[in-house]
Design a protein around this ligand. Structure first.
Ligand SMILES: Cc1cc2nc3c(=O)[nH]c(=O)nc-3n(C[C@H](O)[C@H](O)[C@H](O)COP(=O)(O)OP(=O)(O)OC[C@H]3O[C@@H](n4cnc5c(N)ncnc54)[C@H](O)[C@@H]3O)c2cc1C
Length: 491
């Protein structure tokens, strides 16, 4: 089939009945829930972009194997040019959503492509696992499906490994093997957009201990598989608030969910890894699923950071405060952050690495450096927005107030910005900023930048430890030599 349209994606959502819980209610129809429907609309637009003549070449290519047009997220990069093809696709999706939807379909499609191109890793442990992941990749690619993932155990007692938890099946684990497949029970989080996806993939993240064998599993399933319960977090907007008042929160809310597996059957052909702690711990570092998706995250993060910087700048300009030195300095800092990430992204692509099998990946050290900076740079952009918007951020009237004939004159007079900025314009910019820096929606976006791919604190520690392993810090010895020589000559 190749690339889907937005309508085909919406029809797929309509055709399914996953078990979704939202604020104590079992959802009957995904599209009847305004907060879920909004995400479907935005994702459908991304599918439509694939067919837009202006974007098609940027986002898609002809698959060598099938001759059909598929998304560039399914391209196994073999050259620098392939990396750029991927980047342009990531950019188109990120720009369409201002970088605010981290789990757009391209993210997990890249993960899957990487698992496919590194299937030899799985094959080494079990030839069937390699075959299963290859078949699954082709199925997702050729049907252009949308995946969610849940790879983290619930936060119960983090000091203990999975098999040491009080309840044996708090963490997702295998209950039994049957002729048809594995029966699994327990929970995983934090499956972003789960209710509106086609499939869920579970894969392993390092940290398994001996004794965790039953928890060392990777597999994929249709999102409406019987026994799979999706418990959504409290939504951060109701999907009904006017676009004038919440121009971002009312469009880009990505619901997150806990996935609970109630003795769910995983058919053998959907099992990618099982009962092997070593393979489970090595899957992440050895199959490119840390590195290749970080390319998408870096491109998307750059768009999001630039958007935040631009909103802060327009806000400051709208009330004339960017005439002051300290405001210019803060805005300068934000745009320097944007340029830092942009430069790192280009460096990561230019200084690519090639695997022994010929797959090209953006430079891992540079991508990890982006990953390390973003949890500081993005929150700083939000803080600057709060500092520059000050009390005005809390004082915006609603669109309904502007529509009141009785109030309108007052609002036009007292909300007017610097010369040339009308009351409506100023309030609109402040509302955009408030969605990013005040609303719970914006706080989630900030938390996303910190945690979307693991713990930034431990990741930075790993970064340092790798450097320490590979470097003797020779310059220090060189500098110390001078002192040593002096000591000798003093004797
Ligand atoms: C908005 C958002 C969307 C997300 N979307 C997804 C998704 O779609 N799919 C998915 O699978 N995941 C998703 N994640 C989850 C993400 O992968 C995790 O949040 C991340 O891996 C961190 O794990 P945790 O939240 O369990 O934090 P924890 O690991 O519990 O950490 C909590 C705190 O304890 C500290 N800590 C915990 N353990 C240790 C330790 N051993 N040593 C030192 N310090 C420790 C950490 O440094 C941290 O400060 C999302 C997260 C967010 C915030």
């Amino acid at each position: 089939m190749g690339i889907r349209t937005g309508e085909q994606y919406i029809n797929a959502v309509k055709s399914r009945k996953p078990e979704v819980w939202l604020e104590g209610r079992k959802v009957e129809n995904i599209l009847d829930e305004p907060v879920l429907k909004q995400a479907v609309i935005e994702i459908a637009k991304l599918y439509d972009l694939q067919h837009d003549p202006e974007y098609q070449e940027q986002i898609t290519h002809i698959c060598e194997e099938t001759g059909e047009r598929v998304n560039n997220a399914f391209l196994v990069p073999r050259s620098y040019e392939d990396l750029i093809k991927r980047r342009t696709a990531f950019e188109a999706y990120a720009e369409a959503t201002f970088g605010l939807m981290g789990r757009s379909p391209d993210f997990l499609n890249v993960v899957l492509t990487s698992l496919y191109s590194n299937a030899h890793f799985l094959e080494k442990y079990n030839p069937q696992w390699g075959e299963n992941i290859r078949d699954y990749y082709k199925y997702i690619r050729d049907n252009d499906l949308f995946l969610t993932h849940a790879i983290v155990n619930p936060q119960n007692d983090r000091r203990k490994s999975s098999h040491e938890q009080k309840d044996m099946f708090t963490h997702l684990g295998v209950v039994e093997e049957t002729v048809d497949g594995l029966i699994v029970r327990g929970a995983k989080f934090l499956a972003t957009l789960a209710p509106v996806t086609d499939e869920v993939i579970i894969y392993t993240f390092p940290g398994f201990q001996p004794g965790d064998e039953r928890y060392a599993i990777s597999f994929a399933l249709p999102i409406d598989t019987p026994g799979l319960r999706i418990i959504c977090r409290e939504s951060m907007q109701d999907g009904k608030r006017p676009l004038f008042d919440h121009p971002l929160a009312s469009r880009f809310e990505e619901i997150d969910a806990l996935l609970v597996f109630k003795d769910v059957l995983i058919p053998w052909d959907r099992v990618f890894l099982y009962n092997n702690v070593e393979a489970a711990n090595l899957l992440y570092p050895k199959t490119g699923i840390a590195q290749q998706p970080s390319h998408q995250s870096a491109v998307r993060g750059l768009v999001k950071l630039q958007f935040a910087a631009e909103v802060a700048a327009r806000l400051a300009d709208s009330i004339g405060v960017d005439a002051y030195l300290h405001v210019q300095e803060k805005l300068g800092e934000l745009f320097q952050s944007v340029e830092t990430i942009r430069a790192l992204l280009h460096a990561a692509e230019y200084e690519y690495e090639t695997t022994p099998e010929g797959e090209v990946m953006p430079n891992g050290v540079t991508l990890e450096t982006i990953r390390g900076h973003m949890p500081n740079m993005y929150p700083r952009a939000i803080e600057v927005m709060q500092i520059l918007g000050a009390g005005g951020l809390l004082l915006s009237p609603t669109g309904a107030d502007f529509e009141s004939e009785e109030l309108r004159e007052d609002l036009d007079r007292y909300y007017v910005g610097r010369e040339g900025i009308s009351g409506v314009e100023r309030v609109s910019i402040f509302k955009l900023a408030w969605d990013l820096c005040g609303e719970a929606f914006g706080q989630r976006l900030l938390q996303y930048e910190r945690y979307y791919t693991g713990d930034p604190i431990r990741k930075k520690a790993i970064f340092y430890n790798n450097i320490k392993r590979n470097s003797k810090f020779d310059m220090v010895d060189e500098a110390l030599k001078v002192g040593q020589l002096k000591e000798l000559s003093n004797k």
